[in-house]
Design a protein around this ligand. Structure first.
Ligand code: SMG
Ligand code: MG
Length: 368
């Protein structure tokens, strides 16, 4: 298969409600949609780099540059004989995993449509529906947080993650735990602590949390290992795990007991599957993280989370939790048992609503 043409769209979509994390608050979500053509067939991929370099050093603008000036010129016209070769072909560019992952996703979608196989089937998934939860941003106060959590529980979510930052951690988690003693609850700090300031998190150990996600710096395996040795609650790494090698080293160093897998963070679905396989072989639980994706990235996350090692609920919520209007014709809804169905049509199994795409596009560019 050869790609003849690619169009990029820089999107900005309003969020239904602002999302606040330890690194900032946002009211809209930027991303890049990648539309790749081969022989009259079209595939889509989503690059999850956001407007600001808060979650990671990549932004939609750096991804636009790397895609347009390096990755796309390499891929156009090249014979793609296997999906695994995409990541290695793009390896001449260091880093920029979100840009690479978005492009690779479009190739998976193209191959799936051409061979009439669903992404789930191509990846080796074995579930028709996957357990999901909701990620709740930092609220104005602990009592407001409890209200927001209550609304999500009423909507059917059975696992809740709350965002924390220094000064808004133990009290927030305690407030939720007090009202919901049996809730599957976890926290995510997005690298907001140091080994020293993380001592303030010790009371979390008494709250029966599923996990504490990414408390320390993204490039720090060692201090996570030191912290894990002092906490009974499993530490889960997100930002730190950017490759199968990082996953292996984190497990060997006991820097975490659980891994959050995001294809965007690790350079694509092939790399994400390698991390899954490695964790599965060693009995380390994994779950699928989220980046407030559009329907395109959401379809990809659902397929990835259908692999057998994804034993904890993912940050994959229903479309209505994020957007009033999405760019896909399909929207995803929550089943009463806090699961979402995995698409089963060829490729990602979603189609694009051209009017919405135009409406949310800031810039558009075609290659060649
Ligand atoms: O997609 O439901 C979602 C968001 C899940 O909290 C979420 N993601 O660190 O895990 C994380 C954050 C990163 C995104 S912040 C824009
Ligand atoms: Mg996280």
């Amino acid at each position: 298969m050869k790609i003849d043409k690619i169009t990029l769209y820089h999107l900005r979509m309003p969020l239904r409600s602002p999302f606040e994390t330890s690194f900032g608050r946002s009211e809209a979500r930027d991303s890049i949609l990648i539309e790749a053509y081969s022989d009259g067939q079209v595939g889509f991929g989503e690059c999850v780099a956001d407007r600001d370099p808060g979650y990671s050093s990549e932004t939609a603008v750096t991804a636009w540059h790397i895609l347009g000036d390096y990755l796309i010129p390499t891929m156009i016209g090249m014979e793609i004989s296997s999906l695994n070769m995409v990541f290695s072909t793009l390896n001449f560019v260091r880093g920029h995993y979100m840009a690479k992952a978005g492009l690779e996703m479009a190739v998976w979608d193209l191959v799936g449509k051409t061979t009439e196989r669903s992404l789930k089937n191509m990846l080796g998934g074995n579930r028709d529906r996957v357990a999901v939860g909701v990620s709740v941003g930092i609220q104005a106060s602990p009592s407001k947080l409890v209200d927001v959590v209550s609304d999500y529980l009423a909507a059917g979510y059975q696992r809740v993650k709350i965002k924390i930052k220094p000064g808004r951690d133990v009290e927030d988690a305690r407030a939720v735990r007090k009202v919901y003693p049996d809730l599957k609850l976890q926290v995510d700090a997005n690298s907001a602590y140091t080994l020293e300031t993380a001592k303030a998190l010790q009371p979390l150990d008494k709250l029966d949390l599923l996990l504490i996600e990414q408390p320390l710096a993204e490039d720090d395996l060692w201090d996570h290992a030191r912290m894990q040795s002092k906490f009974q609650t499993p530490i889960c790494l997100d930002e730190t795990i950017i490759s199968p090698r990082h996953a292996r080293q984190a497990i060997e160093m006991k820097a975490c007991r659980i891994i959050n897998i995001k294809a965007g963070r690790v350079g694509g679905l092939s790399q994400a599957r390698l991390i899954h396989d490695l964790c599965y072989a060693q009995g380390v639980p994994v779950w699928c993280g989220g980046m407030l994706e559009t329907g395109v990235g959401r379809a990809s996350n659902l397929a990835l989370a259908s692999l057998p090692g994804f034993t904890l609920p993912g940050d994959i919520s229903a479309t209505e939790r994020y957007y009033l209007e999405d760019i896909t014709n399909e929207s995803f809804s929550l089943n009463p048992d806090s699961t979402i169905n995995v698409p089963d049509r060829p490729g990602l199994g979603v189609s694009i609503n051209r009017d919405s795409l135009e409406k949310f596009s800031l810039v558009k560019k075609s290659f060649p």
